[in-house]
Design a protein around this ligand. Structure first.
Ligand code: FES
Length: 129
């Protein structure tokens, strides 16, 4: 990732569109983002998971899934621009899959959840809205 852009930074471009036929107070604002949405943090700890060799898994990257640490399709509605990470383990194995969604070695936990920006972050509480 670009050193100038941290994972929690959003670069947003705010444009104010003023139509010549509309008064300035009625100007519409459009928010454009140059980056995909940031994941929410569903857990500040990894998930210990037993994986079956040769089976395809989809690890949730957006944090909105209710089937953590796996994808349930929520990104399609709540985090467009993010996609699950699909992987197939070679053999049966037990692993620690990242729950904070900020690992640098997805889908595996690399200890990033111990960093201050995760420890001090608000845990995402899933709602149906
Ligand atoms: S849970 Fe995300 S790095 Fe450990």
């Amino acid at each position: 990732m670009n050193a100038l852009v941290t994972k929690l930074d959003h670069i947003r471009i705010s444009l104010t569109l003023r139509h010549t036929w509309a008064p300035a107070t009625a100007a519409s604002k459009v928010q454009l983002s140059t980056l995909p949405p940031e994941p929410v943090i569903p857990s500040k700890k990894p998930f210990k998971v037993e994986l079956v060799g040769g089976k395809r898994y989809s690890w949730c990257t957006c944090g909105h899934s209710k089937k953590q640490p796996f994808c349930d399709g929520s990104h399609k509605f709540k985090a467009q621009g993010l996609s699950p990470l699909r992987f197939v383990p070679e053999k049966d194995t037990t692993v620690w899959l990242c729950g904070c969604k900020y690992t640098n070695n997805p889908p595996y936990c690399d200890g990033t959840h111990k960093q201050d920006f995760i420890v001090s972050a608000t845990l995402h509480e899933e709602t149906d809205s």
